[in-house]
Design a protein around this ligand. Structure first.
Ligand code: 13P
Length: 251
C-alpha cells in the first residue's frame, strides 16, 4: 500500500506571529495523527521559520513555486538550490493559480518539475480542469495533456518519488469538492497514463486530491483506492482542521 501524504498549501497567507501559533499547534498535535506524512508549503519568506520550528519534528515543509533556472539574472525568482538550503522537502509545481494568473504554460511547468526533481526536491505536480472544461466533457483530455507535457519532458523515471495532485480548478476555494467518485475516476486515469510508461512507478506514485478538502469530507475522499492523501488550502491554516484531515488520512 502507498503511504498517505497530506500537504498544506498556505498560499499567500501568514505572518511571523500567526505562523508561530499554527506551527506550534501542528507540532503539538502531530503525535496523535498516526501513519501519515504531513508537510506545509509556506511562502518563501517563512521558509527559515518553518525550518527552525519543524526541523526536529515529523512534519516536513516546502515551497509553493520555484524557478526553472538554476541561477542567474532572473529578478524575483527563487532557485531549487535555495529551497534546499532551507531544508525544503516538497515544492508545488504548476498550481492552477500559477497557470491562470502568472501564465505558466505546460512547458514552463515541465521545466520547473525537472529543475525540482534534479535538485533532489519532491515536486508536487498539480493538474486539473476548469469548470467549463468539465462541463464540456474534456476533463480526461485536459488532465492527460497536462501530465503528458511533463512525462515527455522529464521522462517517466522522474516520477519515481514525485507526487501528483489532482486539483479540479472549480473545486479550489469554492467549497465545492469533487465527489469521491469523480476524484477517484481522474486519479485512476492519471495512474493508468503513467502505467502505460512504467507500471512499477505508477503503482508507487502518490496522487493527492486538492480542492475544498475539509475535516468533514476528507475521510470519504481518502478512502478511495487511488487517492493517496490531500493538498489542502484554506483548511491548512487552522490547526484543528489540518490535524483532523491528517487523521482522516491515517485511517
Ligand atoms: P482549498 O483547499 O482552499 O480549496 O485550496 C485547494 C488548493 O488549491 C490547494 O493547493
Amino acid at each position: 500500500m502507498r503511504p498517505k501524504l497530506v500537504v498544506g498549501n498556505w498560499k499567500m497567507h501568514g505572518s511571523l506571529s500567526g505562523n508561530k501559533n499554527l506551527l506550534q499547534g501542528l507540532v503539538a498535535g502531530v503525535g496523535a495523527i498516526g501513519e501519515v506524512s504531513a508537510s506545509v508549503c509556506v511562502p518563501f519568506p517563512y521558509l527559515a521559520q518553518a525550518q527552525q520550528m519543524l526541523a526536529a519534528t515529523p512534519i516536513s515543509w516546502g515551497a509553493q513555486n520555484l524557478s526553472e533556472h538554476a541561477q542567474g539574472a532572473y529578478t524575483g525568482e527563487v532557485a531549487a538550490a535555495m529551497l534546499l538550503e532551507f531544508g525544503c522537502r516538497h515544492v508545488i509545481v504548476g498550481h492552477s493559480e500559477r497557470r491562470a494568473l502568472y501564465g505558466e504554460t505546460d512547458a514552463v511547468v515541465a521545466a520547473k518539475f525537472v529543475a525540482a526533481k534534479s535538485a533532489g526536491l519532491v515536486p508536487i505536480l498539480c493538474v486539473g480542469e476548469t469548470l467549463a472544461q468539465r462541463e464540456s466533457g474534456q476533463t480526461a483530455e485536459v488532465v492527460a495533456a497536462q501530465m503528458v507535457a511533463v512525462l515527455d519532458k522529464a521522462g517517466v523515471g522522474a516520477f519515481a518519488g514525485a507526487v501528483v495532485a489532482y486539483e479540479p480548478v472549480w473545486a479550489i476555494g469554492t467549497g465545492k469538492t469533487a465527489s469521491p467518485e469523480q476524484a477517484q475516476e481522474v486519479h485512476a486515469a492519471i495512474r493508468a497514463l503513467v502505467a502505460g510508461r512504467d507500471e512499477v512507478i505508477a503503482a508507487g506514485l502518490q496522487i493527492l486530491y486538492g480542492g475544498s478538502v475539509k475535516a468533514q469530507n476528507a475521510g470519504e475522499i481518502f478512502v478511495k483506492p487511488d487517492i493517496d492523501g490531500g493538498l489542502v488550502g484554506g483548511a491548512s491554516l487552522v490547526v484543528d482542521d489540518f490535524l483532523a484531515i491528517c487523521q482522516a488520512a491515517s485511517r
